[in-house]
Design a protein around this ligand. Sequence first.
Ligand code: C2E
Ligand code: CA
Ligand code: CA
Ligand code: CA
Length: 280
Amino acid sequence: AKERGKGRHAVYDARLEQDQAADAQLGAELRRALDHGDFTLVYQPIVALPDGRWTSLETLVRWKHAERGFIGPDVFIPIAERTGLIVPLGDWILRTALRQAADWQERFGTAAPGEIGVNVSARQLREPGFAADVRAALADSGFDPEKLVVEVTETAVFDGGVALDTLQNLVTLGVKVALDDFGTGHSSLGLLRTCPADTLKVDKSFVDGIGGRSEEAVIATAMIQITNGLHLQAIAEGVETAEQAETLYRLGYRFAQGYHFSRPLSAEQVDEQLRAHRPL
Ligand code: C2E
Ligand code: CA
Ligand code: CA
Ligand code: CA
C-alpha cells in the first residue's frame, strides 16, 4: 500500500510540474500578447427593466490569438491570475475602459450609459498599491470616479484583510463596488455587512431557474428582498428570454443583463448604437 501511495504521489507531482510548465508557457504567451496589443475589450449593456434602457456597460476582455482566433477570459484569466500577469493586464483593461468611457461621455453626453463596470480579480485586490493605481487611472482619464463600478467576486473579498481594505479605499475615492456572481462563491450574508458593496449581481444560475418552483427561484426571490431591505441594487445576470425578464420584473428586479438584451459589443458597435439613439 505504501508503494502504491508513493506511486500515486509521483504521478501527482508529475502532473503538477506539467501544469506549472504549461502555466509558465501560457503566461509567457500572455505577456507577449499584452506587449503586442493582442487583447481587446468588449462591452455588454446592463439595462433598466422593463424598458431596456442602457444604464451601464460591463467591460469584458478578449484575446485575439493569431492562430486560435478569439479566446475567452474563462480560459486565460485563471492563468493570468496564477502567473501574476493579471496585474499589468488588469491595469491595461482598466485604463482602456476608462479612456473609452470618457470618450463616449464626451461625444454622447447623457445619451452615453452612466456607468462603466470593470472586473477585478482577487489577485489585483490583494496588490497593496491597487487603490492608488485606480486613482491614477481615473485621474489620467478624467472620468468621474462615481461612474466606475468595480466588479469583484464574493470569494475575492471573503477572507477579508487586504482585499477589504482595498475596497474601502476605492469607496473613499467614490468608486462603486458590485459583488459579482452573487450566491455562487463562498457566500455569507454576513459579508454584506462588512463589504462596502452597492450592488449584487445575481448569478445566471438563479436566473435560469426563475420560472419554476426550483430552489433557484426561491433564492432569486429571497435575494431581491435582501437587496431591497439593505438598500442595495440588484442586477440579474444572464437573462436570455423575454419570459425571464418579465418574471424578474414581477419579482422586483429593476436591472438586468444578458443575451436577451444584448451580447457583448465591440467599441465600434457601441458607437453605432449611441449614434443611432442620440437625441437630435
Ligand atoms: P462575468 O464577470 O460573470 O461576466 C459575465 C459572462 O457571462 C461574460 O462571459 C458574458 O459574455 C457572459 N454572458 C452575458 N450574458 C449572457 C447570457 O445571457 N447567457 C450566457 N450564457 N452568457 C452570458 P465572458 O466575457 O466569457 O467572461 C467570463 C468571465 O471571465 C467573467 O464572468 C469574468 O469573471 C471573467 N472576465 C471577463 N473579463 C474580465 C476582465 O477584464 N478582468 C477579469 N479579472 N476578469 C474578466
Ligand atoms: Ca462581472
Ligand atoms: Ca457575473
Ligand atoms: Ca461568471
